[in-house]
Design a protein around this ligand. Structure first.
Ligand SMILES: C[S@@+](CC[C@H](N)C(=O)[O-])C[C@H]1O[C@@H](n2cnc3c(N)ncnc32)[C@H](O)[C@@H]1O
Length: 306
């Protein structure tokens, strides 16, 4: 069994809806000692990166996301080689790089006060995106596209082409630190990534005493890119699965949104009556309008008493 420690780190994938800001609250509610840690909707990884366990089984249905995790994890033993290749790529496309003090000149900054990174990088970004779409196994290019992209979302069109526009961001000290933290976490850990439907994933595993599954599914009543994949039927199947795990004595915790913009998740409301629930303090930010919704209530539900 592994005891939890204090530092909170952020995933270098800067995933929309990540749990980075909420981890200090959530982790206090997770079991104090965890054997194997299991996450069926792992997203960018800001949850598992903050958990101490014997092994990690991490899954997400997004194949590009899991490919990026595998790509980064592979480089955890050769971080120098990774950064050399990364900075060479950034330089070869003439992208700005705040981390290396390579930023747009004063005239551009004065002309485009709030958007100078986007102005400076847009032509290079377009070229990089075109080159990635011609070779979709080039995950270093995909990672750089994500870091320089608008809202840092992994977004593909129906032809499976990456189609995010340039963002007003670049590779800075925060990205560097997040990568270093990720590599440090991955080193010498027993981690498996999976890329299947959450139900198949949960049903394929065998569970030991002290294992803990953290569920952070798309939220039924909010709008994120990955919520397009979610619906009431999946929400109900998720709760049936949680009840089944509970009857087998497997420990789990679930994050979700109970109310948002005047809507209530009534399936969740009925389900949570039978388990332990806690309100989580969050300024829930919707992907679509970026505004802070004060009427949103985020909850953590678990079959383990905290
Ligand atoms: C709220 S996000 C998880 C965020 C994550 N906890 C973090 O901190 O980055 C939900 C994730 O569920 C994934 N997802 C959606 N439908 C799924 C399914 N049927 N099976 C597995 N993963 C799914 C999405 O791709 C998305 O990454």
């Amino acid at each position: 069994m592994y005891r939890q420690n204090n530092a909170i780190i952020r995933s270098p994938l800067f995933y929309v809806g990540d749990k980075y800001k909420l981890m200090p609250q959530l982790r206090k509610l997770f079991p104090k000692m965890i054997n194997n840690y299991i996450e069926p909707f792992c997203g960018g990884g800001s949850s598992f990166l903050n958990i101490n366990a014997k092994s990690y089984k991490l899954n997400d249905i997004d194949s590009n996301l899991i490919a990026l995790h595998r790509f980064l994890a592979q480089h955890s033993r050769d971080t120098q080689g990774f950064f050399d290749k990364l900075f060479d790529l950034i330089e070869s496309y003439d992208l700005s790089c705040s981390f290396l003090n390579n930023t747009p000149d004063k005239a551009l900054k004065a002309r485009y006060k709030k958007t100078y990174f986007a102005e400076f990088n847009k032509a290079s970004y377009k070229q990089l995106r075109q080159d990635f779409n011609a070779n979709k196994n080039d995950f270093l290019r995909l990672y750089v596209l994500l870091i320089y992209g608008f809202n840092r979302v992994l977004r593909f069109n129906s032809k499976a082409e990456f189609n995010l526009p340039v963002g007003n961001v670049d590779f800075n000290a925060n990205v560097y630190q997040a990568l270093q933290d990720y590599f440090h976490f991955m080193e010498n850990k027993n981690i498996d990534f999976f890329n299947i439907h959450f139900i198949d994933f949960i049903e394929s595993l065998e569970y030991e005493k002290g294992d803990f599954i953290y569920f952070d599914p798309p939220y039924l009543i909010s709008g994120s890119e990955y919520n397009k994949l979610w619906n009431e039927s999946l929400e109900s199947r998720l709760y049936a699965l949680l009840k089944k795990l509970d009857s087998k004595g497997v420990q789990w915790g679930l994050s979700n949104l109970l109310t948002h913009k005047g809507k209530t998740n009534t399936i969740l409301q009925a389900f949570m009556q039978d388990f332990h629930s806690h309100t989580i303090q969050s300024n829930y930010i919707s992907f679509n309008d970026n505004s802070i919704k004060k009427d949103s209530k985020e909850v953590y539900v678990s079959n383990v008493k905290s």
